[in-house]
Design a protein around this ligand. Sequence first.
Ligand code: PQQ
Ligand code: CA
Length: 688
Amino acid sequence: ADVDGKRIANADAEPGNWMSHGRDYGEQRYSPLKKITDDNVDELGLAWSYKLDIDRGVEATPIVVDGVMYTTGPFSIVYALDARTGKEIWKYDPKSDRSRAGEACCDAINRGVAVWKGKVYVGVLDGRLEAIDAKTGERVWSVDTRYDRERSYSITGAPRVVNGKVVIGNGGAEFGVRGYVTAYDAETGDQAWRFFTVPGDPDKPAEGKGMEIAKKTWHGRAFVEQGGGGTAWDSFAYDPDLNLLYIGVGNGSLWDPIWRSEGKGDNLFLSSIVAVNADTGEYVWHYQTTPGDAWDYTATQHMILADLEIKGEQRKVLMQAPKNGFFYVIDRATGELLSAENIVPINWAKGVDLKTGRPIVDDEAAAYWKGEKKAKLVQPGFWGAHDWHPMSYSPDTGLVYIPAHIMSAWYEHVPDAPARNKFKSMYQLGLKTGMMPEDPEGLGKYADTWSGKLIAWDPVKQQQAWEVPYVTIFNGGTLSTAGNLVFEGSADGRVIAYAADTGKKLWEQPAASGVMAAPITYSVDGEQYVTFMAGWGGAFSTFAGALSLRAGVQPYAQVLTYKLGGTAELQEPAPREDAPTPPPLTADAATVEAGAKLYDGYCSQCHGIHAVSGGVLPDLRMLSPETHKQFLGILHGARIPDGMPSFGEAFDQEQMEQIHQYLIKRAHDRIEHGPDDLPQPTQKTASN
Ligand SMILES: O=C(O)c1cc(C(=O)O)c2c(n1)C(=O)C(=O)c1cc(C(=O)O)[nH]c1-2
Ligand SMILES: [Ca+2]
């Protein structure tokens, strides 16, 4: 595992390895390997599988160095496996603080490790960054990256290592945090630099040139208390020649700009790409995709560096398809916007003005944060036209392969800003969102408006080359290879290979769970392998549980590795047990109604809107008689070891009973309505 900057920068010289998150510093996720091609990919079979410990969302990109695979599972557990056989070499559990599991917005997920000079680095869900000995799996150092322990910081992203420094951001912009990126000495864990993405107290000196610029774009003082947001929870890229580190910056906190910044200002560096000096963390340039973000339009999405010929000129570009629906091509030396077009239908903006670089915002979509009382249906909604699922770029076809979403969401202004507290709740967003019908028919109609697509996008022409439809959102990240192939897993539980030039499906097998993570390829002893990390979970299936049931999968977490002629057998989860009979419904309508409000505010982000779980965390309509008895105890923390936080300080006993009664009511609704399967989607949105 003796990886260093030279080796990563020359990744093409050793195509058998996958040494950093996006394979190279430009994060193209393109492999020069071509033993597996469009001619023989139909002979691909399972070589080995490895079962992960916890069946929740799996989002990691594995690293492979010299025959060893380093990857992660739920709750940031790290695995070192023999890349030929899947045999475990060691396992390291950082024992992420389960009492704080509820402070992470989107399941207990992790996007993988970094490897550098004999050490493996992992960001832990509870906010630690740790170095592990690559040979023994023993911890070498550990730092708590949280700048303020009273706030709900978490880490889900993969670290990157640049010039001997481990770079990591954090999550939490749904719960009132101030975003930043920190670089730590890879050897010692000592802090080298920190770059804040949004300003702190306006009465105190700004932290460097970046904050001088940003400060002028914020108004009032509410953002100091509310954190401001701007978490860098996923993407980075690095250009060794320019020595620039690119940071993908997230959404605002609170979401509603009225409660964040008096409804005014661009609120830099929310929803921006920021370039900093990789040695010092000093600001160099920025490009803001969504000024004054009001919709959770993060620009944390995967960034790809490439050299493209644009209008007869060779340009060093950075490409990103952030949540807001546009595909941006930016000059990565200067930050100049070269082009931007939307990849799916959108209604929040009419386009991007190339002169100013600013979106032409639609007045209707913006109305909610101008204080209008009516809810607005905005497209894309909070999981964007593209979320964290990595895209890839093939220099052979010149196309970018984007796992895209078609989805909308309601947004509604609320008359009061919430007081900040540590309980993850919908109220903490400072607006009302996520509204959807409760009745199966209405829900089915709404579900029909959500679907997924693999889009092959031409970044020079800024237009689509081909597409493949999927039944729902949250399909897997992509990998492209010199064998004219694009690999992608799907939300509905398949692993698939397409011809990179035409999009023709060439190979497909079942994956025993939904696949969200991006696959990788590597070779050992001349044999090429393709690995998919399978395992359903993440933001979609926890919050919008009912809609995610369209995927029809369970959260079964495993590493699946394929080779030509592989014959291993796929392990599958046991079928779900039938729901027990609920207790009789005795509560009155007012009690149930009060419980519904509390549930949708505090419980829905994990257990699903209207108590319909997507199957990752327990469906609270199907509690066992034993669990019904322990209900209050569980709310007081009895299941912290499983990641269920205590709500002892959030609710009084009466409120806990109200929630319980609401769940009993929903259990009876479920029996009345029958199974949760929504009506089948129309032809248009059915999977390929
Ligand atoms: O604002 C944030 O700090 C933050 C963090 C995370 C995260 O850390 O996973 C997500 C998001 N936002 C987010 O907006 C989002 O859509 C999302 C999806 C997922 C996921 O893993 O499925 N995480 C996150
Ligand atoms: Ca967010």
